[in-house]
Structures are given as structure tokens and as C-alpha cells.
Design a protein around this ligand. Structure first.
Ligand SMILES: [Zn+2]
Ligand SMILES: [Zn+2]
Length: 156
């Protein structure tokens, strides 16, 4: 059973109807390497089902999100992107000036979850984050400072 069939099976167990459109939206997200916007998903669905409208796509995405099969992240270009939760946890550092984006390993954020639980009794879904700021090139201090700091650290 392929990955999206496993999700489809869980949907069926939860009592959701597996319409061909839902199955196709799942398969599209599953087969995609990166992050897709609702519009991109809609375009691909329409290649096979020309009459599916975007509200159907949104409804399906909301359902998959609610069941935590997919995550929704605002990557800063006024367009949220969808991605499978299971597809390797990762996050993004995005420069608000030049738009460059860098992968952020989950290991760095993972320790946050137990702290939030301890301090606020809050079980956080740390699935997929976009953190905005300034990249090395765009920081007013410039990249030189970071390099110098690195050197000092190395000398110590
Ligand atoms: Zn991502
Ligand atoms: Zn930048």
C-alpha cells in the first residue's frame, strides 16, 4: 500500500467518504516534492476533473489539516503552502528582505515542545514552521561579523 493509500484508509476508518476528488488531492500532495499552494493543487486536479472548483480543494485541505495529515504554512509570499506531515519534519528560515529561504532542522525546535508542555500545559504541534528574519547578506552588520564571530569562537 502506498503512502497516500494508507492515509485514505485512515480517512475511511474515521468515517469520511473517499470521493475520487479527495483521493486525487491526497495523491497530488503525496507525490509532490515540495510545498503546494491550493491553486497549484487545484490546477493539477483540473487536469483530470475539469469541473472541480477550488472550494472543494479548500474543503478537502481543511479536512486533511484537521486530521493532521498535512500542514499549512505561510511562507511569506501571501500564499500558504500544504505539505504532508509525515514527509520528514523540517522548518524554514526566510529572509524578509531578499526572500532567501534556508532549511531549519527539526532538532533545533524539538526541545521547545516539552518546555511548552511544562510551562503552559500546552501540547504544541511543531509540524512545520516558517521563521522570518534577516539573512547574513541582508543583516546591517553584514556577513563579515558572523564570520569574525565564528573565528573568535574557533580561537577560544
Ligand atoms: Zn517546508
Ligand atoms: Zn536576505
Amino acid at each position: 500500500m502506498t503512502g497516500h493509500a494508507t492515509i485514505a484508509e485512515s480517512l475511511r476508518e474515521e468515517g469520511y467518504r473517499l470521493t475520487p476528488q479527495r483521493m486525487m488531492i491526497l495523491a497530488i500532495i503525496y507525490d509532490s516534492e515540495g510545498h503546494l499552494s491550493a491553486e497549484e493543487i487545484h490546477q493539477r486536479v483540473r487536469q483530470q476533473y475539469p469541473f472541480v472548483d477550488i472550494s472543494t480543494v479548500y474543503r478537502t485541505l481543511n479536512l486533511l489539516k484537521k486530521l493532521r495529515f498535512i500542514t499549512e504554512t505561510d511562507l511569506g509570499d501571501e500564499c500558504v503552502r500544504y505539505e504532508l506531515v509525515d514527509k520528514g519534519r523540517h522548518h524554514h528560515l526566510i529572509c524578509r528582505q531578499c526572500g532567501a529561504s534556508f532549511a531549519l532542522e527539526h532538532e533545533l525546535l524539538a526541545p521547545l515542545a516539552p518546555r511548552l508542555l511544562e510551562k503552559y500545559g500546552f501540547a504544541a504541534d511543531l509540524d512545520h514552521f516558517a521563521i522570518f528574519g534577516l539573512c547574513q547578506q541582508c543583516r546591517p552588520e553584514g556577513p563579515a561579523l558572523a564570520a569574525k564571530k565564528g573565528q573568535q569562537h574557533g580561537d577560544a
